[in-house]
Design a protein around this ligand. Structure first.
Ligand code: QV4
Length: 454
């Protein structure tokens, strides 16, 4: 029964990284739902280690201590209320499921919700026999990513590696995921997926009480033996190369190269993104720090028909370990967009309005591609949408563009918000032949679509 459930008509996923449950609930109701976002990817809800001594780094949350739904983001009741609020706003909830491992602490401690633990002992949940001890590299850590056995049986940065091949472990993990399903969640981002054999994830998925959307964190570097394709039977996979390629093209190459953009993975199985919480900390990707260039890149991501787009929503950080704004007890503070370091990329005018474009053109093909052989590109989607991206250092003036759009007056959603039949920005008139005339500033864009006609 637990087959892959597609994300639905509205497929855009917003990653509210480290947002607490009341803030996620409010954002679903105030913004994500009304703007046509399909799902929200929330941070891990289970009990985790507490490292106040290190300033409560964000990565505490990826070191589970038990499967109690109680974390720095809120307790079980707050989590359940968030799920209800998001679903009634029409937004699905996808949970970051950390199931490859438990904590990576060498000394015993007490978790967020009071559970005592030691490195291979989580009373009432797991004991030593539930973990791999691969016997390599002196400390059982993964060193060689080109060795399949090691990647799947040794420890990712000391994290106690669960024997996902064992039936009791599979049952325990499925119990946790089923508990989340019982609270109404719609699916899971499987953390560290490539560190588990694909068949183990499949066996756990087969134990789910109802269908759930699954997308898997399948990091990949050239030459590695474990490839994302292996994980397709379980659901979708995250395409890390996509974000690196986008950054390279926008930073160093030519936008005209985007004409054939994609990857060898099937579009309907690929989750794509410019950056995520890992890659924005030290990898060559575009992030909120790139400002306008980041917005233009995401405009392309949302306009181009490859993959399910996942948008990142970040908090600012000085060091890569820095956690989100927290109170004295380490509880994550409410996220208030554009204050306290909450960057809310998903609310940037260009990005949020392009969600509407993405939904309007769903199911149509690219047509009318034209580029100048360099950094000016234009294309249409069916007879529903048209994008002009000018990443040249100079403006394009008085040019006529040929769109596939029916005649009419269209709101440029890059510079204006469309609501109640009105546009707060420039409006362009497309004539009976599909033409309109416009100036496009340097490093700027114009986007017209069928659901923003004035
Ligand atoms: C350190 C050393 C170890 C040493 C250990 C000794 O690195 O070699 O054995 O101390 O105590 C944190 C620290 C890390 C520390 C570890 C154990 O950063 O220095 O080990 O804890 O205490 C996040 C962070 C990690 C963090 C981890 C657990 O990114 O830095 O480790 O959470 O708190 C590969 C994988 C991919 C993975 C990616 C980061 O294929 O699956 O690396 N991505 C996912 C998440 C990611 C998360 C994890 C997996 C683990 O997206 O955010 O790691 O759940 O590409």
């Amino acid at each position: 029964t637990a087959t892959a459930a597609p994300p639905g008509d509205k497929d855009v996923i917003v990653r509210l990284f480290q947002w607490n449950w009341p803030s996620v609930a409010k954002e679903c109701k105030d913004f994500l739902g009304p703007r046509g976002v399909g799902g929200v990817h929330v941070s891990p809800p289970q009990e985790h280690i507490v490292r106040k001594d290190l300033g409560s780094p964000w990565w505490q949350d990826y070191q589970p201590v038990s499967y109690k739904i109680d974390s720095r983001r809120g307790d079980r009741a707050a989590f359940a209320a968030m799920v209800t609020a998001c679903k009634s706003a029409g937004v699905k909830v996808y949970v970051d499921a950390v199931i490859n491992h438990m904590a990576g602490q060498d000394v015993p401690g007490t978790g967020w919700a009071g559970s005592r633990y030691d490195h291979y002992s989580y009373p009432g949940v797991y004991a030593d026999q539930d973990f791999h001890h691969c016997g390599r590299n002196g400390n059982d850590d993964i060193k060689n990513y080109f060795d399949r056995f090691e990647v799947q049986n040794c420890e990712l940065v000391n994290l106690a590696d669960l024997k996902t091949e064992s039936e009791p472990v599979r049952n325990r993990i499925a119990g946790y995921l089923n508990d989340l399903l019982s609270l109404g969640v719609d699916g899971f981002r499987i953390d560290a997926a490539k560190h588990m054999p694909s068949a183990d994830i499949g066996a756990i998925k087969a134990k789910l009480s109802r269908p759930a959307y699954v997308f898997q964190e399948t990091t990949f570097a050239a030459g590695e033996p474990i490839v994302p394709d292996e994980y397709l039977p379980n659901g979708d996979v995250k395409v890390f190369a996509y974000g690196y390629d986008i950054a390279r093209i926008f930073n160093h190459e030519k936008l005209s190269y985007l004409r054939t953009f994609g990857s060898s993975l099937p579009s309907n199985k690929a989750v794509v993104f410019t950056d995520n919480h890992d890659t924005q900390r030290g990898h060559p990707v575009l992030t909120h720090k790139d400002g306008g260039r980041y917005a233009l890149a995401n405009a392309f991501v949302l306009a181009w028909p490859y993959g399910t787009p996942q948008l990142m929503s970040s908090f600012e950080f000085g060091t890569t370990d820095q956690g989100p704004p927290s109170d004295a007890d380490g509880r994550t503070k409410n996220a208030t967009c554009f204050t306290d370091g909450w960057r809310c990329e998903h609310r940037w005018q260009v990005i949020s309005n392009m969600i509407g474009f993405h939904n309007a053109v769903r199911g149509t093909n690219v047509n009318s591609w034209w580029d100048n052989g360099n950094d000016l590109i234009t294309f249409g989607r069916g007879d529903k949408g048209y994008l002009v991206l000018n990443d040249e250092g100079s403006a394009v003036t008085g040019r006529s563009f040929r769109t596939p759009l029916p005649a009419g007056r269209y709101c440029d959603v890059i510079h204006g918000d469309f609501s109640g039949g009105k546009c707060s920005g420039p409006v362009y008139t497309v004539d009976g032949g599909g033409w309109f005339r416009a100036d496009v500033a340097a490093h700027d864009a114009i986007a017209l679509h069928a659901n923003a006609r004035v």
